[in-house]
Ligand binder design. Structure first.
Ligand SMILES: C[S@@+](CC[C@H](N)C(=O)[O-])C[C@H]1O[C@@H](n2cnc3c(N)ncnc32)[C@H](O)[C@@H]1O
Length: 218
């Protein structure tokens, strides 16, 4: 739960997203994330990712940091059975978890799962992407942007989670643990690189922990 949104507002947004699409598998993934303290993007922001991908007719998506497949669930819905969602995650244990959930949900078809560093996975793929979604460890954000910016088609979208970092990027709130404070600069640096790139038009949607969206226009 981000301190940036009153809990009542966050619950309202979540309940709307749940009302629009109910699935027992998603409920189980959210329960697992809660029990493990695993940082999934959450229902309202995930729904936004799906809407963004659908709005540009995305058929080819790459995720940097897929966890156990929660955000991929929404991208798989957006691209449909004839699309492709290239997933990457460092933790080998997440591959089987994701496959289990996404098969049961009928959304494994478009998924190509890679265990490894997201930037290496990106480098191993040919061609351009319609969407690149970034959710890896935050110190890698600037390098992820630099690589992704070259691999999106004109009309494609960069999407990136946690760009407000509980408001710490703007000096809001009390300092957190040193490891959280240490990634404020990389998140800010990446955000600034996006803003300064004249090929992209960007905005930050303050849903949950902040989702950056940048449309490639040239
Ligand atoms: C915030 S979680 C991803 C959550 C997922 N996007 C979701 O919303 O369901 C971050 C994940 O990124 C993975 N990760 C961290 N650094 C990575 C990297 N450089 N390349 C690939 N995966 C990475 C971690 O193993 C972790 O599972």
């Amino acid at each position: 739960m981000s301190p940036l949104q009153p809990p009542e507002v966050a619950d309202y947004l979540t309940h709307l997203a749940v009302a629009e699409h109910r699935d027992q598998v998603l409920d189980e993934m959210e329960l697992r994330a809660g029990e493990m303290g695993f940082p999934i993007i959450g229902r309202s922001a995930a729904r936004f990712l799906e809407v963004a991908a659908r709005s540009i007719g995305a058929k080819r998506v790459l995720e940097l940091g897929s966890g156990f497949g929660y955000s991929a669930y929404f991208f798989a819905g957006a691209v449909g059975a004839d699309g492709e969602v290239v997933c990457s995650d460092l933790d080998p244990a997440n591959a089987d978890r994701a496959e289990g959930y996404l098969r049961r949900a009928g959304r494994w078809g478009p998924v190509r799962w890679w265990t490894g560093d997201g930037l290496e996975v990106l480098a191993a793929q040919g061609g351009e992407f319609d969407v690149i979604f970034c959710d890896v460890d935050k110190e890698a954000y600037p390098d992820c942007w630099r690589a992704a910016a070259e691999r999106l088609r004109v009309g494609g979208l960069w999407l990136c989670d946690n760009v407000l970092w509980d408001g710490r990027v703007a000096g809001y709130g009390q300092p957190g643990p040193p490891e959280r404070e240490a990634v404020i600069d990389p998140i800010r640096d990446m955000t600034r690189l996006v803003v300064d790139d004249e090929r992209y038009v960007s905005s930050i949607i303050p849903l949950r922990d902040g989702v950056q969206m940048a449309l490639r226009v040239s």
